[in-house]
Design a binder for this molecule. Structure first.
Ligand SMILES: O=c1ccn([C@@H]2O[C@H](COP(=O)(O)OP(=O)(O)O[C@H]3O[C@H](CO)[C@@H](O)[C@H](O)[C@H]3O)[C@@H](O)[C@H]2O)c(=O)[nH]1
Length: 472
């Protein structure tokens, strides 16, 4: 039997590239042929370009193909529209690329690559989506086009109003995705289009596991999220997470790992906010004061405030942090500019807690390291992630005060750091994370739920290939 070839098509952004590469590695481990076709990051997307270079260097077993993409026709538009426009305009190069391959057995698309469905249909290639956020969020996204048929704009409703979707606890309006709040806006219409089209794929592979999100699994499997639309099959195949390099003594190791080596076990609070998280100077100062008063060791990734990023991508730490902070904390803390090798950091035994923005990759990485989290949602679907992480998964302690761009006070940072690092509640949280990590390991071991789901996906794919007589 010939080896199957999968083409993976991620959208831009580290939070989407990283998990797609994990999926590629998952397929490679099963002996499948994989090509990750990536749109050449536009000039202003240095973060995606850096990530691409890093991922290609770190994963020699994965074949990457860079596809040139025309610039968005509307550079001033909302980033969601720019992203979807760029990806749609890449259809001709994607088509040419797919045609140039001797065989393609399936196209695996990121959630933003919905217009690539047209290319897949034209070339008779089965297309599936890979969803890198929680399944509970997929339940909301898939239901939103239906929800909005009869409901008023979220923008018109009270911020505390509870919005109900199948498969997820009621979500306060204030925690809903910002880009879908105004029913009449172009951005919401684009997102509803995106969510509807995601349901046109043959199935959705989700980077989660049964035990973690049983309600979402039930709702998605029963089709109640999309009552009168096609119901793609949903496969929970995760967690697919970067296992990081083995923490050793290689000369190329990041300085923060060497610093962690010198710290006591579970003594360090790690603060890192995804690929884009950045705070105004006033907030950075509050965090610094809070860490200092807690007395705990810390490793903190700091970026320039949002308004300074285009002019000063390197944060000026002396100016942004409180006077004397770096000097006073030099024995117990390390501040790193812009980027740390997070997958390795979270696995380091010196790390005892993680202050996170609730990005799903960060969350899964923390789960796999049984690392208690303090959560501070910032953008995208993170506030929705927080709802399930607090109420269902019970794997985080939320910070107060961040909502709607509010300032989180130093006292709050100190209190939550102390809670996780010093109290009985913190100890219980760690136990819950150990249980969650063990269940994740169960899901991905041979015969585990995620492996079984992946086998089902392969069987369904084969069935649909035979039914449709695909080109391969
Ligand atoms: O200094 C850093 C910062 C981040 N990372 C890695 O970058 C990824 C970040 O992913 P994630 O935690 O999911 O955050 P975002 O980059 O913000 O990801 C976007 O994509 C995710 C998946 O859809 C969503 O859950 C997020 O809300 C969305 O913002 C993770 O693998 C991190 O390990 C590093 O290695 N070093």
């Amino acid at each position: 039997m010939t080896t199957k070839t999968f083409v993976l098509f991620p959208s831009l952004g580290v939070g989407h590239l990283n998990p797609m590469v994990e999926l590629a590695k998952h397929l490679r481990r099963r002996g499948l042929g994989v090509i990750v076709a990536v749109i050449d990051p536009p000039n202003n997307d240095a973060m995606s370009a850096d990530a691409m270079a890093r991922l290609a260097a770190a994963n020699p077993s994965v074949t990457f193909r860079i596809l040139p993409a025309p610039a968005s026709p509307d550079p001033g538009a909302h980033h969601v529209k720019r992203n979807l426009d760029t990806l749609r305009l890449a259809n001709p190069v994607l088509r040419e690329f797919l045609r140039s391959l001797p065989a393609v057995d399936a196209l695996l698309l990121d959630m933003f690559c919905v217009d690539a469905l047209d290319v897949a249909a034209e070339l008779a290639i089965p297309a599936y989506f890979f969803f890198p956020s929680p399944a509970s969020v997929l339940a909301v996204f898939s239901h939103l086009p239906y929800y909005y048929r009869n409901a008023p704009s979220l923008r018109e409703m009270d911020k505390a109003a509870l919005i109900r979707f199948p498969g997820i606890p009621p979500i306060r309006n204030v925690d809903m995705l910002a880009t879908v709040k105004d029913k009449e806006s172009e951005t919401t219409k684009i997102r509803l289009y995106q969510f509807k089209r995601m349901m046109e794929g043959k199935g959705v592979l989700v980077n989660s596991f049964d035990w973690l999100e049983p309600k979402a699994l039930k709702a998605l499997a029963a089709g109640v999220c999309v009552p009168d639309m096609p119901k793609p099959r949903v496969y929970f195949i995760g967690p697919l997470v970067d296992a990081g390099k083995k923490v050793g003594n290689g000369a190329e190791r990041h300085a923060c790992l060497a610093w962690l080596d010198a710290q006591p076990q579970r003594s360090v609070v790690f603060l890192c906010f995804g690929s884009q998280g950045a705070f105004p100077a006033a907030q950075l100062k509050e965090i610094a004061h809070g860490l200092e008063s807690s007395g705990h060791r810390f490793l903190w990734t700091v970026r320039s405030p949002p308004e300074e990023q285009s002019t000063s991508p390197e944060p000026d730490l002396e100016r942004l942090l409180p006077a004397g902070f770096l000097e006073r904390s030099k024995d117990i803390g390390m501040v790193v500019k812009n980027w740390v090798p997070q997958a390795e950091v979270v696995q380091h035994e010196a790390v005892g807690a993680f202050v996170t923005h609730c990005g799903w990759n960060s969350t899964l990485e923390a789960i796999m390291s049984a690392l208690p989290m303090i959560c501070w949602p910032l953008y995208a679907e993170q506030a929705m992630n927080k709802v399930i992480m607090v109420e269902e998964m019970k794997i985080v302690v939320p910070l107060d005060g961040y909502e709607e761009g509010g300032l989180v006070k130093a006292e709050e940072v100190e209190a939550k750091v102390r809670l996780v690092m010093e109290t009985e509640e913190g100890r219980k949280l760690r136990e819950r994370l150990v249980e969650t990590r063990d269940m994740a390991l169960d899901a991905i071991k041979e015969g585990g739920s995620s492996e079984v789901a992946f086998d089902e996906f392969m069987r369904d794919l084969e069935k649909s290939r035979l039914e449709n007589g695909v080109r391969s």
